[in-house]
Write a protein that binds this ligand. Structure first.
Ligand code: DGL
Length: 271
């Protein structure tokens, strides 16, 4: 099965397009809702929690795990790839969402903006990735503290979210008036894409990651048929969460009903 990990429900905005593009792939989703949001945590915490999630998905038999979380991709991915996989899981792979989104951004022009969590912004992962892809790209990042909490709590339609979306948009445009596209660099933000759209200037293109990541995964599997062969293709779908309070919000993130959640009491350390 293909493993998909996020700090909470945000990864469902990536899982849905993956199911659309690659409907036969069997998938296991894990949201660490009990410990979300990750974006205000330390690098060490994000690394440890993400590693626990990856280990869980490996234990379920996944040969490939996608970190459908920018924060985990920014703060944990390269350490897992360099320090854990070669030693313990040489035949498994973990991929993130930053590289494919940066590739798309780099094609979109030379002045780009990014909304993301404080930990993603602090890591400079996007800045470095974009520099490698095209050194002439100018990127302005803006940390959006508070947004993930509201979205994860199901308050994405509330006035607070609307105010924050306006505030962050105004701030980013004021800092970088020449930007022509903005990436929603947190997989929770597509849930409030309409709020961002409402406040941002019309000529600026707003990008969400879901379908970008799904296409990039399809390319990866085409280039790695040996990996595709190891992933069951009978459209099985399993959903795990460390959260206790599951509500219709998960289905809102996914865009369709999900009614077979399994709650985990324990995911390594401190759930
Ligand atoms: N959805 C995640 C991301 O893409 C994590 C947000 C959080 O847990 O703070 O960054």
């Amino acid at each position: 099965m293909l493993g998909i990990f996020d700090s909470g429900f945000g990864g469902l905005t990536v899982l849905q397009p993956i199911h659309q593009h690659l409907p036969n792939l069997s998938t296991i989703y894990l949201g660490d809702n009990a410990r979300a949001p990750y974006g205000v945590r330390s690098q060490e915490e994000i690394y440890q929690y993400t590693l626990e999630g990856v280990r869980f998905l490996f234990e379920q038999g996944c040969p490939l795990v996608i970190l459908a979380c920018n924060t985990a991709s920014a703060q944990a991915l390269s350490r897992i790839q360099k320090e854990v996989l070669p030693e313990e899981f040489p035949d498994r792979r973990v991929l993130g969402v930053i590289r494919p989104a940066a590739e798309q951004l780099a094609q979109n022009g030379t002045d780009v903006g990014i909304f993301a969590t404080p930990a993603t912004v602090e890591s400079e992962a996007y800045v470095e990735e974009l520099k490698k892809l095209n050194p002439s790209v100018r990127v302005e990042q803006l940390a959006c503290p508070g947004l993930t909490d509201l979205i994860e709590a199901g308050r994405h339609e509330g006035e607070n979210c609307n105010q924050l979306a306006k505030h962050f948009t105004d701030e980013l445009i004021a800092k970088a008036p020449s930007i022509t596209s903005i990436l929603l660099g947190c997989t929770h933000y597509p849930l409030i894409e309409d709020l961002f759209s409402k406040h941002h200037p019309e000529h600026v293109k707003l990008l969400s990651q879901g379908s970008i990541v799904a296409k990039s995964l399809a390319d990866y599997l085409e280039r790695h048929p040996e990996m595709l062969e190891r992933i069951d293709q009978n459209s099985a779908r399993r959903y795990f969460t460390t959260g206790k309070d599951l509500h219709s919000l998960a289905s809102t993130f996914y865009g369709d009903t999900i009614d077979n959640w399994h709650t985990l009491d324990y995911l390594g350390g401190s759930v």
